[in-house]
Design a protein around this ligand. Structure first.
Ligand code: PMP
Length: 443
């Protein structure tokens, strides 16, 4: 990676409108990411209007309430009306940097932090600000990376992973790709704990991957929005292993339960110089201007590490851990191979052991599987194909968030998953997993 060379934008000819409107990965004709997600939501709503009870394992929103002190600060600042600096309030950037230094042991600096209305926009702005690059996206990965890469005029390249590699890009795979690809800027997107998998790298494998990225000058965009929800509080930021080449994003949406507040953060390493930051600030000033003033004030409270905040995070982690472990064990026992999650609130079960019986029923793709599960068992999952997997790979994302998180946080979390799952708040999740395994037993 040449950190001192100026960024150059080679003109990029537009050959057809489809270049710009295509939603899929490079080479895909017509990926189904947006449509699969919408379809499941629409079908769920339709079935609910018919009086059917739907277990919502499809929608990935935090079930927990926003951190209470932050809500108080938001209310106190409701009358704040001034536009704030494009980069974000200095006091907030200081607090965000201090939070990440404390929680993650990384070297975040307030001057290198950018605040935006959600990390989603920061990811897009970054892809737009970079010179022409290939954006390396693991499959499966969060639904928006590939469409964003295309919208930003970059090429998206899919790095296929497997159950055996815990749905993670291996160091050997990255090395092989870089050797075959040759020179040119590459941006590797990583997301741990992951959406849709709930999985993170083991420290040694992460070190090896970082070493490969460094050797080939690959920039890494590490989406760590679920980092504080690592179930053991042991999130290892990628920047710990590759500080000079890792751009990190996070925000309030997951660990603070505040997705609708729209506040995301990005840290740019010093080594990448000033030009990229200047470009990002240019994009920000020409598009979102700044995040709303009351939300920035409230975020200062959310990002202040206090015993109350630590207790709030700890309680979420404990519950998410036992629920995730219990669900994964139940699915495994039913022959659906599922890695127990490291963090966040997703599982990525693999139904391939049922391929033959499903085929007999005319189900050969993950989209057919999730549509039938919704219709026949009232369970909404998102198909693996929505996350960039081959359509015939029988995987799905299960978001175990169909519960009242406020009521759950008021309880002590038992260590033993069976006792934890016996609380009334978790009846729907328990019932959903049982209904899923019962449906499989009957196919
Ligand atoms: N990355 C991942 C992996 C996500 O799951 C989400 C939200 N679903 C985002 C980024 C975007 O989050 P936000 O824009 O709310 O910060």
């Amino acid at each position: 990676m040449t950190t001192s060379a100026p960024l150059s934008d080679a003109p990029r000819p537009v050959t057809s409108a489809a270049d710009w409107l295509g939603w899929g990965y490079a080479g895909d004709q017509n990926a189904t990411a947006a449509s699969d997600t919408l379809l499941i939501n629409e079908q769920s709503r339709l079935l609910e209007t018919q009086g059917r009870r739907i277990i919502k394992f499809g929608f990935g929103q935090s079930p927990f309430p926003v951190f209470a002190s932050a809500v108080e600060t938001l209310a106190e600042h409701a009358a704040d009306k001034a536009y704030l600096p494009v980069q974000g309030m200095a006091a907030l950037r200081e607090q965000v940097a201090a939070f990440h230094r404390h929680m993650d042991g990384t070297d975040w600096r307030a001057e290198r932090v950018l605040i935006a209305p959600g990390s989603k926009l920061l990811l897009f702005a970054l892809m737009k600000a970079l010179p022409r690059a290939e954006v390396l996206i693991p499959a499966p990965a969060w639904v928006s990376y590939a469409p964003q890469a295309r919208l930003a005029g970059q090429s998206a390249v899919r790095l296929e992973t497997s159950f055996e590699s815990r749905w993670l890009v291996t160091p050997e795979q990255l090395d092989r790709h870089c050797r075959e690809h040759g020179p040119g800027l590459s941006l590797l997107i990583l997301n741990a704990p992951g959406n849709p998998t709930g999985l993170s790298y083991e420290p040694e494998m992460q070190r090896q991957l970082a070493a490969v990225a460094k050797r080939h000058g690959v920039l890494v965009l590490s989406d760590e929005i679920y980092g504080p929800l690592d179930h053991r509080g042991a999130h290892r930021p990628f920047a710990r292993d590759y500080p000079e080449g890792t751009l990190t994003t996070s925000g309030l949406s997951k660990w603070c339960g505040a997705g609708g507040w729209r506040l995301g953060v990005l840290n740019l390493p010093e080594t990448l110089g000033d030009e990229l930051l200047t470009r990002l600030l240019g994009i920000a000033s020409e598009t979102w201007s700044s995040v709303s003033s009351p939300v920035q004030a409230a975020a200062i409270t959310a990002y202040s590490v206090t015993p109350a905040l630590e207790a709030y995070l700890d309680a979420q982690r404990r519950w998410l851990r036992v629920i995730g472990q219990w669900c994964a064990q139940r699915l495994e026992a039913a022959g659906v191979r599922t890695h127990a999650p490291d963090g966040g609130f997703y599982l990525f079960p693999d139904f391939s052991a049922y391929r033959e019986v499903l085929r007999v029923r005319g189900i050969t793709t993950s989209a057919e599987l999730t549509a039938t599960l919704l219709e026949e068992a009232g369970i909404a999952l998102l198909p693996g194909s929505a996350f960039g997997c081959e359509p015939t790979q029988l995987t799905a994302r299960l978001a175990y968030v169909d519960f009242d998180g406020k009521s759950l946080l008021a309880r002590e979390c038992p260590d033993d998953p069976e006792s934890a799952m016996a609380v009334p708040e978790l009846a729907t999740v328990r019932h959903g997993i049982e209904a899923l395994t019962a449906w499989l037993g009957a196919v």
